[in-house]
Design a protein around this ligand. Structure first.
Ligand code: SAH
Length: 223
């Protein structure tokens, strides 16, 4: 069966429920994260994959060297952000827009930055079709964060920088959280959670992960 249309048949909902209950729930504390992931039709963000594949606990290739993270990891990262529903969130690495759609149900507003214009365009169209009106997709290089709309209560990075981009910490509110996979080689990446509190920074290690690298965008040519 192909999953190319914009609908969400009962078979997709059943596969999604099974996926969340079996693979996402064991790693997640916040029931709102599970609810969001039961609702967001993951298959519509990766229309080139069939339904069975879209609802397995593995990453999905979406072209342009990008993948949607595996659902259990999307659950862990969303949970690590400790969202109450009131936050302004910055995501770096929009990709398909799937993670942003999950976050849109857990926070007040999501600004998400993607370096590949085609991915940004397609993600914006999918999010619009699904009625995610509290998500704005921006095309640009996430190494600089997105200073125009800062500060952010939460920052989530879904590509791996070799070192932590300083701009992302600078754009975090006091009391804010940044979740980011850091490492130069796929095999030594660690998921880090940073908390900014009273001007101090506290780091927590959340374990080994494997993300596509965060690229350095070419500087735009001078006219
Ligand atoms: N969160 C996405 C998956 C991210 S894959 C989803 O749910 O589908 C990582 C994404 O980060 C890719 O789309 C890649 O193009 C993007 N990326 C890599 N380097 C980047 C950078 N410097 N700035 C912004 N996006 C970047």
């Amino acid at each position: 069966m192909r999953a190319g249309s914009s609908d969400d048949p009962p078979s997709a909902r059943a596969l999604r429920r099974r996926l969340v209950d079996r693979f996402v729930a064991p790693g997640v504390h916040d029931p709102r994260v599970l609810m969001a992931m039961r609702e967001v039709p993951r298959h519509l963000f990766a229309p080139e994959h069939d339904l069975e594949r879209a609802y397995g606990d593995h990453p999905l290739w979406i072209g342009h060297d990008a993948t949607i993270s595996q659902p259990s990891l999307v659950g862990i990262m969303s949970d690590a952000l400790a969202l109450s529903g009131r936050e302004h969130v910055l995501e770096i690495g929009t990709g398909s827009g799937y993670q942003a759609a999950v976050l849109s149900r857990l926070a007040r507003h999501i600004d998400t930055v993607e370096v590949v214009p085609e991915l940004a365009r397609d993600a914006a169209a999918t999010l619009r079709a699904l009625g995610c009106t509290n998500v704005d997709v921006h095309t640009g290089d996430g190494w600089a964060g997105w200073p125009d709309l800062a500060p952010y209560d939460r920052v989530l990075v879904t590509a791996a920088p070799e070192v932590l981009p300083r701009a992302l910490l600078d754009q975090l509110t006091d009391g804010g959280l940044l979740v980011v996979p850091v490492g130069s080689q796929a095999r030594d990446q660690r998921l880090e959670r940073w908390r900014k509190l009273g001007g101090a920074l506290y780091k927590q290690d959340l374990g080994a992960v494997r993300f596509v690298p965060m690229v350095h965008a070419e500087p735009s040519p001078h006219p």
